[in-house]
Design a protein around this ligand. Sequence first.
Ligand SMILES: Nc1nc2c(ncn2[C@@H]2O[C@H](COP(=O)(O)O[C@H]3[C@@H](O)[C@H](n4cnc5c(=O)[nH]c(N)nc54)O[C@@H]3COP(=O)(O)O)[C@@H](O)[C@H]2O)c(=O)[nH]1
Length: 591
Amino acid sequence: MSIVRIAAKNANTKQMLAHTEMLLKESQSIAQLGTWEWDITTGFLFWSDQIYRIFGVQKAKFEASYEGFLSFIHPDDVSLVQDAVNQAVENKAPYKIVHRIIQPEGKIIHVEERGKVYFDECNKPLKMIGTVQDITEKHLIQLAMEKANQTILKNKEQLNRLAYYDYLTELPNRNYFLQYLEERLAECSRTNTPFSLLFLDLDGFKEINDTQGHAEGDRVLKTVSEKLTSVLPQEAMISRLGGDEFAIFINNSLSQDIEHDIQHWLDALSFRKIYDGIEFNVTFSTGVVSYPNDGKSLSGLIKNADIAMYQAKALGKNQFRIFDPKLAERQELRIRLQTELDIALKEEQFEVYYQPKICLNSNTLLEAEALVRWKHPLRGLISPLEFIPLAEETGQIHELGAYVFRSTCQFINELNTTLDKPVRIAVNVSVKQLLKESITQDFFDIIDTVGIKPNQIELELTESAVMENIVEARKAISAFQNRGINIALDDFGTGYSSLSYLAKLTINTLKIDREFIKDIPESEESKAICRSIISLAHSLGKSVVAEGIETEEQLAFLKQLNCDIAQGYYFAKPMNKEDYINFCKTQKTES
Ligand SMILES: Nc1nc2c(ncn2[C@@H]2O[C@H](COP(=O)(O)O[C@H]3[C@@H](O)[C@H](n4cnc5c(=O)[nH]c(N)nc54)O[C@@H]3COP(=O)(O)O)[C@@H](O)[C@H]2O)c(=O)[nH]1
């Protein structure tokens, strides 16, 4: 080979070497990867340009050494690095670790470091060669992802909690309870084990919410859940189904006598609250079903527990009821009625009828009583006896009562222009309405809007409603009377009026209940009661209405006792507006 050719080949090889070196540098720069070589025997440490860049030092100003290298390591990672190097020597195996370095300006860099030890023939370590790769970006992304995953997990847990637990009481919610019931039902049907299901509804909870506010309502619900958890056996499954409804699953093996135990639990669960000096007993209406007697399917058991609970509610407060299939049909009708009552209120399916009241002294038409009728599109006329108690129970009475009051005021207005003399009409006010704080203002607003005189209205309050809520009743009565509205005590004699209370009440009129009129003249007892009521009323300066007069004899007897006013089929049945206007036109009115 000629010298020229050798020189040319050398030049070529040099070029290739330079090119390979450039490629290596570039790829190391792209990968942020540096190489190092440490001569263990001399202590000399070689760093590639990338390592200087990763460590944040200038090549000219820093002489690489093992100690110098260690001074860059994060203090918490120094022993990790030293151990890795020592073990690599000891085990004759390469190492790979991740650690932090601190650049001179304080920036922390995460690196992945690899190293390998080379030995001589006598197994003496000669040198180490390794790489350092800047993985800060990757590390930060990984950290962010871990954080995001943790947040997702936390959110998932929270969502799961919300899906299966009640946020207020932390009891299992309806979802949880239904799933649990499904599992228990499958198990109990396989093992032939009976169980009981209790549905509890807080009595009068709406009243607490309405009068004391939702925060107090929440406090009551929390106390209830705490009491449930402490009173019931630990194995019982307690759930808040929603609102003021709770459900309990109890395995019958936990009780020798389930009815006795339920009574005991309910007694222990009830508690007292005092609001503005008025005592409020927190009690439950409870429906009970047993598997398999009262249903074999989940939906059947739940439906029947609900029915039993409504049966308990209908019995009054603090009652429990074991499901009775005979009453279920009636209850279903009640529930349907409640939904239909809502529709009826929206579609104004109600109409107010008017029954005349006659002044017995002058034999003239004195006034009328407004009595609401439900004109059901399919079932025809439904008696108020069927829907007023239901409306009271559900709270729909407020809307219905306002409708009756407004219609009556509008009718009075119409009569004022049709008839020569001003008229007065009595409107029934239920106990629920009377207890609503805004009742007086609500009625005054209607009177003012329609534009009639307050003394053209009389309100009939039932005796029991007044006596059972004497404080609120007296307040409302005096507010109404101060505006000139007459107050009558309805169904008098059926309640338990204390005479001392009666004397203190500024009632204008007493209405003798129909019960005491219907057996006159035969019943000496009824006659004696009428005599006493009329004489008592007169001695207290109140007028008396006898209702339910159907016969000549009844009328004669009451006239003889100087009863002031009479009402009953003998004179006229309740009638619609048009008939009442015609009736008025044929009657003499009191002058
Ligand atoms: N809170 C409200 N209660 C109301 C309203 N409208 C009616 N009611 C109450 O419903 C109960 C039943 O009322 P109703 O079926 O209308 O019966 C009244 C009369 O029709 C009936 N009556 C009158 N005279 C006779 C009679 O000679 N014989 C006979 N068998 N029945 C008769 O009595 C009812 C009037 O009762 P009262 O109110 O006690 O004076 C009833 O309790 C109504 O109060 C309403 O809008 N709000």
